[in-house]
Design a protein around this ligand. Sequence first.
Ligand SMILES: NC(=O)c1ccc[n+]([C@@H]2O[C@H](COP(=O)([O-])OP(=O)(O)OC[C@H]3O[C@@H](n4cnc5c(N)ncnc54)[C@H](O)[C@@H]3O)[C@@H](O)[C@H]2O)c1
Ligand SMILES: O=c1ccn([C@@H]2O[C@H](COP(=O)(O)OP(=O)(O)O[C@H]3O[C@H](CO)[C@H](O)[C@H](O)[C@H]3O)[C@@H](O)[C@H]2O)c(=O)[nH]1
Length: 330
Amino acid sequence: MKVLVVGGAGYIGSHCVRQLIEAGHQPVVLDNLVYGHRAAVDESIVFYQEDLGNRAAVAEILKNEQIELVMHFAAFINVGESVHEPLKYYENNVGNTIQLLQAMVDAGVKKFVFSSTCATYGEPDKLPLVEDLPQAPINPYGMTKLQVEQLLKDLAHCGKISSAVFRYFNASGAAIDGTIGEDHSPESHLIPLAIFAATGQRPALKVFGTDYPTPDGTCLRDYIHVDDLSRAHIAAFDKLEADNTFVHYNLGTGTPISVKQIIDSVEKVTGLTVPHEFAPRRAGDPPALYADNSKAREELGWQPKYNSVDDLIETAWKWHKSHPNGYASK
Ligand SMILES: NC(=O)c1ccc[n+]([C@@H]2O[C@H](COP(=O)([O-])OP(=O)(O)OC[C@H]3O[C@@H](n4cnc5c(N)ncnc54)[C@H](O)[C@@H]3O)[C@@H](O)[C@H]2O)c1
Ligand SMILES: O=c1ccn([C@@H]2O[C@H](COP(=O)(O)OP(=O)(O)O[C@H]3O[C@H](CO)[C@H](O)[C@H](O)[C@H]3O)[C@@H](O)[C@H]2O)c(=O)[nH]1
């Protein structure tokens, strides 16, 4: 299948490009490089430095490249920033996505895979999270993703575009060979920050909240390896053959892991100490988020390969050790 990977120079998109090639597909990447890295995508891959909101240019690319399916990873992803700059988030995550979908309709491309998030569930009453729980995001970032999900349902209903939507839990880890990995700027995610604290590249890690109603008082999350995410996306391609399709899946391991457990694991894997200090809760953090992933297992025949957080952190460590300054290390 010839696939346009929008946001393919970003963290998750670049890993998916690799998995697409391994699975025998032909990826073409579109990214405006506002946050992505050209070096995250092999030079042999056709690369368009373009904004997804440029409907005419994207339609042209879709037609010229004879694209059959679009995978959409491009978005602004910082929850805290979305609270202070909602327009920036609605403009890119919703407005530009509408332009992309319009371009697909213009070019007659009908298959779409979308990166959504567990943030669409807000603060759930029940755990683990199953897909049919109510979606009530508590921040603009989550709301932009929920709005696109709704639009995709409507587009499936009228037969214009069939979609597979994936609600990711905490995307983590790096390619097994350590050649590509996570390089967000600014970095806000726990695992890279814990590693940077261990190596002395950053100050002590702040543990946001130690008084949560969890076994050790710190937040519980579900850390899922980027390659496991990518494999689930590819497993859903068959579902998109039929018109009027809208399928949606949680992607997590199903195992809750606390912030303290992540610190312990980083110390074990790196052999270094993670200097850390206790800090107040971070606004908008639910105490616990972890997936019931049985729907993806049953319907896609998918299962995560990385069920041990040590194995997952091992891959992140291999990347950070060999690229202490991310892609700028090259
Ligand atoms: N990282 C996580 O833990 C996580 C969790 C849940 C959902 N997601 C979703 O997964 C997707 C990928 O996340 P990521 O961590 O890889 O983010 P990322 O920032 O590393 O990648 C996003 C890519 O999109 C590109 N981009 C942004 N706006 C663009 C535009 N207008 N035109 C063209 N390119 C544009 C950026 O340059 C970047 O390369 C996002 O949609 C995010 O909301 C991520
Ligand atoms: O310096 C830090 C950073 C994080 N944490 C804690 O570590 C856990 C994980 O935090 P991350 O920022 O790594 O991830 P989030 O769970 O906040 O965010 C994830 O889920 C969000 C939805 O809620 C978005 O989708 C986001 O892109 C995705 O990474 C949270 O309990 C957070 O409070 C710390 O204690 N210290």
